[in-house]
Design a protein around this ligand. Structure first.
Ligand SMILES: Cc1ncc(COP(=O)(O)O)c(C=O)c1O
Length: 361
């Protein structure tokens, strides 16, 4: 068996020990006589899987008791609509800071439900920076301020938590959750699709300050109601049990590896390897993001001559380095280096980049 180093942005590489454990438990889940995929979500086996996943996620991310955790069948985009329905009164302002593609998607999802206000945006510079906090024109009566902690396509990441006063800060952590220590108490809500750092596609997590759940929000079906979901332990209807199980295994693996402090150190080193390869290439490769806000999780880069793109991708694949093609919004290349990507994989990519440059420069 040979597994490539997989730089996919999501669904993304999972740790090999997680996949191996899932394989071992596939036919007979811990003596149950059936796979976890085949068992009721109300049965003791899955109830324990779910409870353990929450306990481990709370330990990994450092989630205080006054925050609820929901496991959601919809991914991040769904939460971008649901947060408006659950936390904004009809017509109430919602402040959005837009620093890339996913911040733009968030606008689209919230627009039908709120008085949408773009209080800061880096669109004019092609989403290569984060507007200085002093320039944000916040609304005192906003339901929340929304940011994207890490822009997965544009490769732009907040380096600290912006102070937004008394209005709760809501953040899309889809591509950065559990990659560094985060003071959850600074946020009203954190949400993420799991398919980058937490496990497979098809499940997401919402971490929300409990007192916010007392807001009445807007008329909505029970199934879209976070309060109802919490009361039902995120099982108002049949949850994605397989995905939840894999998420639990992935979170446990991260705890075993040393937790978010360890992954922060690894991420720092991994990102440095790639940005050094780009910046030291004398223009053969480029990344135009403001170095102060470059992402540690997603490194977009462009070859100086795009006619070389397909050769780069073909040869990378032959060298065991896959999924490096950039998102169609930007083109070029992108290396996503989430927690499951080992440092040797990133070193192999940096070495390949230098070698490719020597042969084609
Ligand atoms: C930062 C960010 N937000 C939102 C999304 C959309 O997530 P989903 O596909 O789970 O709705 C993605 C990626 O897919 C993302 O990277």
């Amino acid at each position: 068996m040979s597994r490539a180093f997989n730089f996919s942005a999501g669904p993304a590489a999972l740790p090999a020990p997680v996949l191996e454990q899932a394989q071992r438990e596939m036919l007979d889940f811990r003596g149950a006589g059936a796979s976890i995929v085949e068992l009721s979500h109300r049965g003791p086996e899955f109830m324990e899987v779910a409870a353990e996943a929450e306990r481990d996620l709370r330990a990994l991310v450092g989630i205080p008791d006054d925050y609820a955790v929901l496991f959601t069948a919809g991914g991040a985009t769904t939460q971008q609509a649901l947060m408006a329905l659950n936390f904004a009164a009809p017509g109430q302002p919602a402040d959005h800071v837009v620093t890339g593609h996913w911040g733009q998607v968030a606008l689209k999802q919230a627009r039908p439900y709120v008085d949408l206000r773009i209080v800061a945006s880096s669109e004019e510079d092609g989403f290569r920076s984060i507007p200085a906090r002093e320039s944000w024109r916040l609304s005192p009566d906003a339901a929340y301020v929304h940011i994207t902690d890490n822009e997965t396509i544009h490769g732009v990441e907040f380096q600290d938590v912006p102070d937004v006063g008394d209005v709760p800060l809501f953040a899309d952590f889809s591509s950065s959750i559990a990659s560094r220590p985060v003071d959850v108490a600074r946020y009203g809500m954190i949400y993420a699709g799991a398919q980058k750092n937490l496990g497979p596609a098809g499940i997401g997590v919402v971490i929300v300050r409990r007192e916010l759940l007392e807001r009445s929000g807007q008329p909505r079906a029970d199934i879209f109601d976070y309060r109802s979901q919490l009361a039902a332990d995120s099982m108002l209807n049949t949850p994605p049990t397989w995905n939840w199980y894999l998420l639990g295994l992935t979170v446990k693996w991260m705890l075993d590896e040393g937790g978010v402090e360890e992954f922060a150190r690894r991420s720092e080193r991994k990102a440095r390897l790639l940005y050094d390869a780009v910046d030291g290439s004398g223009g053969f490769y480029r990344n135009a993001v403001d170095p102060a806000v470059r992402s540690r999780m997603n490194v977009p880069f462009f070859l100086h001559d795009e006619a070389l793109d397909s050769r780069f991708l073909d040869e990378a694949r032959e060298a065991g380095l896959i999924s490096l093609k950039g998102h169609r919004v930007l083109g070029g290349m992108r290396a996503s280096i989430y927690n499951a990507m080992p440092e040797e994989g990133v070193q192999a990519l940096a070495d390949f980049m230098r070698d490719f440059q020597q042969r084609n420069g």
